[in-house]
Design a binder for this molecule. Structure first.
Ligand code: ADP
Ligand code: MG
Length: 350
């Protein structure tokens, strides 16, 4: 349905998209995952014909976006990072305006009403866009993309800036849309593409680094070899027991977090689960494990994992303390966001 071949985009001398190729099949929901600055929006802008590529080809349903821009663009509905809304129009006026702009053939009222129902904005149709919440503005953005019944929907970070409840609602609308459309959705949140997409493409610094189903991605990076453990006892004694255990690649004390115990960060060799030998060794030495937690994988861990063995170095060398700091803050915000979403989701089910 959508075919991208050797796409490259330079901004001046800056290589934003570096020789990317992929295809999206009809009816597929494809997740386009990458950190900020990876080149997601640039790629999407080229896909939709808003930006020209430096080299490479894009075709939609067989129509080349350069040779047949009108035909190709008709097949695409686009929700850019910043939805192109007119704040002083009502929702209805705006959708009427987009309908005219796109030169749609379908019966006007029926078409617009149906879209409003799908994205659940019928009850705000007469409100000024300026007075809508961010979540509702995003739905209007989705509605605008759907006018003209395009087969392909391209959504650039559709949940950014929304609160947890709005995120759940937009995700469920997208899931619904995926039943009748081919959807390409970008995100910098792994859990989001996991929740929505059948296939994930990961890009970093303009390069495509992985393409797989969320399940096999998760499998290939299953995370039983990095964790934090709290052990009751003296630090030196614990180290004496742990250090000889085979398969422990990295061990570091984090000091006392609870009375009479020490926390450790521990990393095992790939495909090695050291939890069991660790348990027996510590038990024998009379050093009880109080808690053991697997460390969350950050996007960066995943990039490192998926690019392993490809010879290329994806991350520049940075001061280690800086990396820790950056990781931590990014993980914390993302985690707490995902937690709130999970909580709100539970609430919604009740
Ligand atoms: P993403 O959407 O994944 O966050 P972008 O496609 O927006 O990434 O940006 C990719 C890279 O290209 C970034 O390094 C960004 O700073 C750069 N970039 C994006 N737009 C422009 C532009 N108009 N001019 C120059 N550089 C740009
Ligand atoms: Mg972007």
């Amino acid at each position: 349905m959508v075919e991208i071949k050797n796409l490259t985009k330079k901004y001046g001398s800056h290589l934003a998209v570096d020789n990317i190729s992929f295809t999206v099949k009809q009816g597929e929901i494809l997740g386009f995952l990458g950190p900020n600055g990876a080149g997601k929006s640039t790629t999407m802008n080229i896909l939709t014909g808003y930006l020209s590529a430096t080299s490479g080809e894009v075709s939609v349903d067989g129509f080349n976006i350069l040779d047949n821009p009108v035909e190709a663009k008709k097949k695409i509905g686009y929700l850019p990072e910043q939805p192109p809304l007119y704040m002083d129009m009502t929702v209805r006026e705006y959708l009427d305006f987009v309908y005219d702009l796109k030169g749609v053939k379908e019966e006007r009222d029926e078409h617009i009403n149906k879209i409003c129902e799908t994205v659940q904005i019928s009850h705000v149709a007469d409100r000024l866009i300026a007075n809508l919440s961010k979540g509702y503005k995003q739905r209007v953005g989705l509605a605008q993309a759907m006018i003209g019944n395009p087969e392909v929907l391209i959504l650039d970070e559709p949940t950014v800036g929304l609160d947890p409840k709005q995120i759940i609602e937009i995700r469920s609308v997208i899931k619904q849309l995926g039943k009748e459309h081919t959807v390409i959705l970008s995100s910098h949140i792994l859990q989001e593409v996991n929740a929505l997409c059948e296939r994930v493409i990961i890009i970093n610094k303009g390069k495509l680094v992985a393409s797989d189903t969320p399940e096999s991605l998760a499998k290939s990076i299953s995370n039983v070899n990095k964790f934090q453990v709290r052990i009751a006892g003296e630090e030196r004694k614990v180290l004496d027991v742990l250090e000889p255990i085979k398969g422990i690649k990295y061990l570091k004390s984090l000091g006392r977090k609870e009375a009479n115990s020490i926390d450790f960060i521990l990393e095992a060799e790939p495909d090695t689960d050291v939890r069991i030998p660790m348990f027996y060794a510590l038990a024998e030495a009379g050093l009880p494990i109080l808690s053991l937690e697997l460390t969350e994988l950050s996007l960066e861990d995943i990039f490192l994992e998926v690019t392993k063995g490809q010879g290329g170095k994806i991350f520049e060398e940075v001061d280690e303390s800086e990396i820790d700091f950056v990781n931590q803050s990014a993980e914390e915000t993302e985690e707490s966001m995902e937690e709130s979403v999970a909580e709100a989701e539970e609430g919604a089910e009740q």
